[in-house]
Design a protein. Structure first.
Length: 222
């Protein structure tokens, strides 16, 4: 079993005006809130934590009764700080981290990541997608060596917002508010940050324009 952390606390500024009265995670794509798309990708993980801030009550009402823990953040802690804040819920083992602003086709993120996870040689594993299967996104974030190690030199792959990380490195970060990069960077330098390709489609839903692209991708996969 692996724990999962779903990041849903952002202000959703690029999604305005839709986030003027709701959290971004409650914006609907294909008739379902983004948070449901994200939670579908981590089915089978336990325990599961979700952070919240912007219109947290609306997210809490939607998730009421589900087998997860909602953590309200005030102030915002970003992804790394949010993960560290959730450690009492998630435990000290590896955690599947998931952004709540995307739509997916193909195998679930948890299935692909679990199959590739090799903790004896990895401290982190990022789920990546080539640009030709990524909608609503420009550019790429990472390259992959032949052995699966992540590189920042050649960058043909985009980061899907999902990955598995060991969390012990959080103790060495002096900041309270910080991104997952503070955890990834030492892994990258030590040659222990790896990547695996998502074999399906992926759509970034960071702005209202991304909704239509995501819905088109989902419709084409039916």
């Amino acid at each position: 079993m692996i724990a999962a952390m779903v990041f849903a606390a952002g202000l959703g500024t690029r999604m305005r005006p839709l986030t003027n009265d709701r959290p971004k995670a409650m914006v609907e794509v294909a008739g379902r809130p983004l948070i449901d798309h994200a939670l579908e990708q981590v089915v089978g993980a336990a325990p599961v934590a979700v952070n919240a801030h912007h219109f947290a009550d609306r997210l809490a009402a939607h998730l009421a009764g589900r087998d997860l823990t909602l953590l309200r953040e005030d102030p915002l802690l970003e992804t790394g700080g949010g993960l560290r804040n959730a450690r009492p819920v998630l435990g000290d083992g590896p955690v599947l981290t998931m952004n709540a602003d995307a739509a997916w086709t193909g195998p679930t993120a948890i299935a692909t990541l679990r199959a590739a996870w090799a903790p004896e040689r990895m401290d982190g594993l990022l789920l990546l997608v080539p640009p030709d299967r990524a909608a609503g996104r420009i550019g790429a974030d990472f390259g992959l060596e032949a052995d699966g190690r992540v590189t920042r030199d050649a960058r043909p792959f985009g980061y899907t917002g999902a990955g598995i990380v060991k969390t012990g490195g959080l103790d060495a970060v002096p900041d309270t508010v910080f991104s997952l990069w503070s955890l990834w960077q030492p892994m990258l330098e030590a040659g222990r940050l790896f990547g695996v390709e998502h074999p399906g489609g992926w759509a970034d839903v960071g702005s209202p324009a991304g909704i239509a692209e995501a819905e088109a991708m989902l419709a084409a996969a039916i």
